[in-house]
Design a protein around this ligand. Structure first.
Ligand code: AMP
Length: 283
């Protein structure tokens, strides 16, 4: 497994004549890897001849009062997991090389980036779209894998890839959960044992909404009330949003159908967690 820090070195490998005919599969991450990342890497291993993992805590997708400085890191453990998943190249650029003095260009996706996390975290998806475009130009992947855990992020990246004719196939992978239902996230490391218990309210709420939908409930009003109530039972949980939206356009709805997305963002203590489900999708 090669570790590459320099952009020019990574780019040179991606466009080298030796690449001829070899497919590059790419998994961009912010590190502190877990089984969710591993599922992307394993799928990438199957889909590409060369598997590239990037680890980059992208400063421009963090707001002023967010957790950029405290974001968890453990490179040694990340390398072990990467190695076990068959990664060929780990690309770890520096923030100063990614955003040198004078940097002033951004990629901005409109409607689909506005609601949900786009509303709570202004500028976040511009930061994501910009860094993913840069990473695609550096790594030149044939296929890139992203998790449905970040449902809106995946939607933004799909939109951007189509709109800008980026020559890369985007693959979305299912949410990987802990045995008790909590969606895996690097940020789960912030949770105290008591908060870890409260955090289960997100997956419990999702389960409840899915049950209601399966038993025929279609009123968004009713679904939303029930879902919110479950989370509000937790004294340490503060809802950022609980929203039911069309899974393709992310527009608001009054009546649920099988492609309705339930998206949640909830603060448990200081930690903001997100989770989601598509009501009619089999798990
Ligand atoms: P991150 O390191 O949080 O930026 O995540 C890197 C990639 O892993 C993104 O495409 C995420 O959607 C994906 N990912 C994170 N957590 C999970 C999970 N629990 N299940 C599946 N994919 C995930």
């Amino acid at each position: 497994m090669k570790i590459i820090n320099s952009i020019i070195h990574m780019q040179a490998l991606a466009i080298a004549p030796e690449r001829e005919g070899r497919r590059i599969a790419f998994v961009p991450t912010m590190g502190f890897l877990h089984e969710g990342h591993a599922s992307l890497l394993r799928e990438g291993r199957k889909r590409g001849d060369v598997l590239v993992l990037s680890i980059f805590v992208n400063p421009i997708q963090f707001g002023k009062n967010e957790d950029l400085d405290s974001y968890p890191r453990d490179m040694e453990r990340d390398f072990q997991l990467a190695e076990a998943c068959g990664v060929d190249i780990v690309f770890i650029p520096t923030a100063t090389e990614m955003y040198p003095e004078g940097f002033q260009t951004g990629v901005s996706v409109r409607e689909i980036a506005l609601p949900l996390c786009g509303a709570s975290r202004p500028g976040h998806f511009d930061g994501v779209a910009t860094v993913v475009t840069k990473l695609f130009n550096i790594v030149r992947p044939d296929v890139a894998l992203f998790g449905c855990k970040d449902f809106q992020q995946l939607a933004v990246i799909r939109r951007m890839t189509v709109d800008l004719n980026l020559p890369v196939e985007i693959v979305g992978m299912p949410i990987v959960r802990e045995a008790d239902g909590l969606a895996m996230s690097s940020r789960n490391a912030y949770l105290s044992p008591a908060e870890r218990q409260s955090a289960l309210s997100l997956s419990r709420a999702i389960k409840r909404a899915r049950e209601l939908f399966a038993s025929g409930e279609r009123s968004i009003d009713v679904l939303e009330k029930e879902t919110r109530a479950l989370i509000e039972q937790e004294s340490t949980a503060v809802i950022d949003y609980v929203e039911f939206r069309d899974g393709a356009t992310l527009q608001g709805l009054e009546v649920a159908d099988s492609n309705t997305l339930l998206a949640l963002a909830v603060k448990i203590g200081q930690t903001r967690l997100i989770d989601n489900t598509v009501l009619g999708e089999e798990l």
